[in-house]
Structures are given as C-alpha cells and as structure tokens.
Design a protein around this ligand. Structure first.
Ligand code: SF4
Length: 410
C-alpha cells in the first residue's frame, strides 16, 4: 500500500514542532518575503534553515509556499528567494503563477507543487501542469470524490494533494480580494482575515451612524457564511479516491488546533493504513475540541446546498480550552508554559500523540521561579505540576470549556 502523507500547517517554529509531535509527515509554511507584510505566521531565513534541518532530522518534509502573484519588479528578489530555498534543500515549493513556476524550473531543481490557488478542477489542466514539470497538484477545494478519482485515473503519475480540514471559501479557493481591501491581509498569501463571515450593515451617507441590518430572514444574512470542511466522516472514501497528500488548512490557527487536528487525522490514517479501517467517533470529538465553525465535508459529497452555510450565527465553537504546553520534565515534575488560567482541582486532559485522551485532577502546582506552591496559574506564567499521566515535552494540556467566540481563535 502506498504511503499517504499527512500535511499540517506550520505558521511558526512552535507550530512546526507541535505538528510533528502529533504525527504530521510534513508541514507547509511561508517565508517572510512575498507577503504584504512580515506577519508572525511566517518564517524568516534563519527559521527556514532551522525548519529544514529540524524536519529532516526527524525524517519529515517541509514545503514552502511561494504562491504569490508577483509583479515584474518583484522577479529579481523572487529569483534570489527560490535559489535560497534550493540551497537549504526544502522538499518542495508550492506555486500558483506560471512565471514563478518557470523561475523555479530555470533556477533550481526543487520539486514543484501547484497551489490550490491555481484552481485545478479537471484532469486536462492537471496533466498539463504535470507535463510541464509539476510533481504535485493541490486540487481546488471545489471537487467531489468522483472528480478527484477521475483526475487520478487520468493522470496516475501526478501526486494529488487535497484539503481534508479547515476553512472554506465562498469564492473559488481564495480568488477573492475582500480581505485585501478590508484588512490589507492577502488571502492569496495565506493571511485571509475571513471578512466574508463578518456581520454587515448598510449605512446611507447622509445618515451616519444609522445602521440598517442586512438580512435574508430573521437570523440575518449568510450568503458568504460557509461552514468549515471536515472530512473525517468520509475519510476512507477520500483515501480510496487515490490522494497522495492530505492537507490541513490553518497556518494562522493556534497550536491546540494543529495538535488536535493532526492527532485525529493521524489516528484515522494509521487505521486506514493498517488495512483494517474502523471509523472511530472519538476522532470527530477531538476535532470538536478546537475553535471551528459547523463542519461539512466540503464539496466531496457534491456541491454545497442550503445546509452548507451558517444560518444562525457567525460564531466559532469549541468544547475545550488549552491551558498549557509541557516544556520540560524536571525532578519528576512537568514544567508547563501556561496559556490559559489553570487551577488546582481542575480536571485536566492530557493530549498526547497516543490514541485517546487521559485525564487527571491537578493536585500539586508550583510557581516555576519561586518553587512556592500555588493554587492558580495565569496565562504567560510558568509552573511545575505533578501529573498521574506520563507526559512528554510538547504535549498539550486542556480543560473542558464550551465556548463560542465571534471571529474565532487566532
Ligand atoms: S474573505 Fe472569505 S471568501 Fe475571501 S478568501 Fe477569505 S475566506 Fe475566502
């Protein structure tokens, strides 16, 4: 059986470490040039070098997005950049523009993936890219299982990458400038602020401050308000369609998202590759723990219908809250970087790379600096705790906390 790659987002070095800890085979990430600004969800040159070394030492892969749509005056710097990526031996670059594609071919021997932004929806276009030298195509999200199978059947030597989880667009794979105009964050450079999901009002210019609601029914308007893609319930069907790489969306999401989504799909993929696939509803439970919108299987089961949009609200939901990350193990205690408040007596879930979730009641907690016993730890502090569950560095801890937020966790 061929090995299928689980590909997680890595918005920064910490997310990269977490992705591999929870079972990703590869990560995709962006450098700091060819973005509209140097956002913290990108890697500088030193971090890129580190990322490649760290990943290769683990036997894992790194793909770098260069899916900008450059102007002619950007080409010299782009040429330098792709040469740099070649020098540090990244495992591939993800491009969408023909000029960038040609530049990578002329100046490097890097593997080339064609970005989902190129909107490949049929085997003819996939074959043309492949004939021109593309090793892999990241298919458009707007394809059904049958569409994917037809492409793989007609171009069997191309590697097919598909999105398995994350945000959906109401436009075809990011062909949208809403985020650029409203927030100066470029959807085509991995930085969409998702303004399509915001709530809008109408204001007449002579009546400043008088906001007229825009609605389609009593709940408001939802023409742009798509649900998130989640393929866990059709996972075996997707794998049987012939895909080679499974891409998790969300470079800007938090480490708990990277951890839980990678963990759930890792367990499902391991089950499939064991030859004895057995759907486990715990995988979906795990995916419910992180901030998300209602889930649908994207276009895999057919084109979106009236159930594919959010009708009632624009909020994100999650069942749990991450409270900390294990940073070290010292004298039988675990050093925890605290992310959300945690208290002695809390029922804590240990999210480990092993199947399932173990719980323990937090008993002993010490301030890391003073070593004094404390009962409450606040975000951005460091503590030492005892745990009845064996933990490893990079394991995350969380507590149950039904939560809804507008705009989602970032
Ligand atoms: S604003 Fe919405 S439709 Fe536009 S690129 Fe972002 S997620 Fe997609």
């Amino acid at each position: 059986m061929k090995k299928i790659e689980l590909l997680s987002p890595a918005g920064n070095p910490e997310k990269l470490e977490v992705a591999f800890h929870y079972g990703a085979d590869a990560v995709y990430l962006g450098g700091q040039i060819f973005t509209m600004r140097a956002m913290n969800s990108n890697f500088n040159h030193d971090e890129l070098k580190w990322a490649v070394e760290y990943s290769h030492n683990l036997g894992k892969k790194v793909y770098v997005t260069v899916n900008t749509i450059p102007f002619s005056n950007e080409l010299p710097a782009l040429e330098e950049y792709v040469k740099f990526l070649n020098t540090i031996k990244v495992d591939g670059v993800i491009v969408s523009d023909l000029g960038v594609f040609q530049m990578v071919r002329e100046n490097t021997n890097l593997n080339i993936s064609i970005s989902t932004q190129a909107s490949n929806t049929n085997w003819k276009s996939v074959k043309l890219w492949h004939d021109m030298g593309a090793k892999r195509i990241v298919l458009a999200r707007e394809l059904s299982l049958d569409d994917i199978k037809i492409i793989k059947d007609n171009v069997p030597t191309v590697e097919i990458e598909t999105f398995i989880h994350g945000a959906m667009c109401m436009s075809i794979s990011g062909r949208c400038l809403l985020s650029n105009y409203l927030t100066a964050r470029d959807a085509n450079r991995g930085a969409c602020a998702h303004p399509c999901r915001w709530k809008y009002y109408l204001m007449e210019e002579k009546r400043p401050g008088e906001f007229f609601p825009v609605f389609e029914d009593d709940n408001g308007a939802y023409i742009f308000d798509s649900k998130d893609i989640c393929t866990i319930e059709v996972f075996d069907e997707l794998l049987n369609a012939g895909v080679d790489s499974l891409k998790i969306e969300g470079r800007m999401k938090g480490i708990n998202y990277v951890a839980s989504v990678t963990k759930a799909y890792r367990e499902a993929l391991d089950s499939f590759e064991s030859g004895n696939y057995n759907y486990d509803s715990k995988w979906l439970d795990e995916l419910q723990t992180v901030s998300h919108r209602h889930y649908i299987p994207g276009f895999l089961k057919g084109k979106p219908d009236s159930q594919s949009h959010n009708y009632f609200d624009a909020s994100y939901k999650q069942t749990h809250k991450m409270v900390g990350k294990v940073e070290a193990i010292e004298a039988g205690l675990y050093k925890i970087a605290v992310r959300n408040q945690i208290k002695v007596g809390d029922e804590v879930e240990a999210v480990t790379p092993h199947p399932g979730i173990n719980k323990f009641i937090l008993g002993k907690m010490l301030d890391f600096e003073t070593k004094a016993e404390i009962s409450v730890a606040n975000p951005n502090s460091t503590v030492l705790i005892a745990s009845s569950i064996p933990l490893q560095v990079l394991d995350l801890l969380r507590v149950k906390s039904e939560n809804e937020t507008r705009g989602g966790e970032r």
